[in-house]
Design a protein around this ligand. Structure first.
Ligand code: GLN
Length: 203
């Protein structure tokens, strides 16, 4: 088990389920910071963009002056986006009638609510493979984005129904699903240990 006690991990706290992520950050022993101001990005070594509603998050990112700072952060430090966070990290949103402007940090094209509007939420075990480590996590899909296509630089780390649901490109990771709703911190530990501590080890 890695020691995460020296890490300061930010969670974008404009909207959505940021509290669940902050709770998991505390569970693994790292210091969590609720990020609302651009200058707070200087004190963290990794950022999580939570699930929520990407249309609202998009508006608030501009209102809080966070768009450029988030893009700069993503070019040099690890970011993990879950669900709406994945939508924000993407480069293209299909049928984009909502006006959400993605940050373009991850070369994927997504469809919002791509698993069907009628399916509000479901849970599935998915197999994650990252730096030779294989493990299973319980993935909760809540009006999740569907990855329609991805660029060559993007590596799928988990698939569900033959579609990637967890991907990485350099130090940006995104999951269509949630794992922060219970006490299973497996994916958070994998993110911190493989993206931040740089060691390909089980978190
Ligand atoms: N459907 C939401 C959106 O499009 C995402 C849902 C979620 O984050 N759980 O922004």
């Amino acid at each position: 088990m890695n020691d995460f006690s020296r890490l300061t991990v930010g969670v974008l706290a404009l909207q959505g389920d940021f509290e669940a992520h902050l709770r998991q950050v505390a569970l693994v022993g790292a210091r969590g910071v609720a990020i609302r101001l651009p200058q707070q990005l200087a004190e963290i070594s990794a950022l999580i963009i939570p699930g929520g509603e990407s249309t609202t998050m998009n508006l608030l990112i501009d209102r809080f002056g966070l768009r450029e700072p988030l893009m700069m952060f993503g070019h040099s430090k690890p970011i993990w986006g879950t669900c709406a966070g994945m939508i924000m990290l993407s480069s293209t949103i299909e049928d984009n009638q909502s006006g959400v402007q993605p940050l373009g940090l991850l070369d994927i094209s997504v469809r919002r609510n791509g698993y069907g509007r009628q399916v509000f939420s479901f849970e599935e075990p998915v197999q994650v493979r990252i730096n030779e480590i294989e493990t299973t996590v319980t993935a909760t899909f809540i009006r999740a984005p569907l990855i329609m296509s991805y660029g060559q630089g993007v590596q799928p780390l988990a698939t569900y129904q033959r579609t990637p649901v967890l991907v990485r490109q350099n130090y940006v990771m995104a999951s269509s699903f949630h794992t922060e709703l219970d006490d299973d911190t497996t994916l958070l530990r994998l993110f911190l240990s493989n993206f931040l501590l740089g060691s390909p080890v089980r978190g």
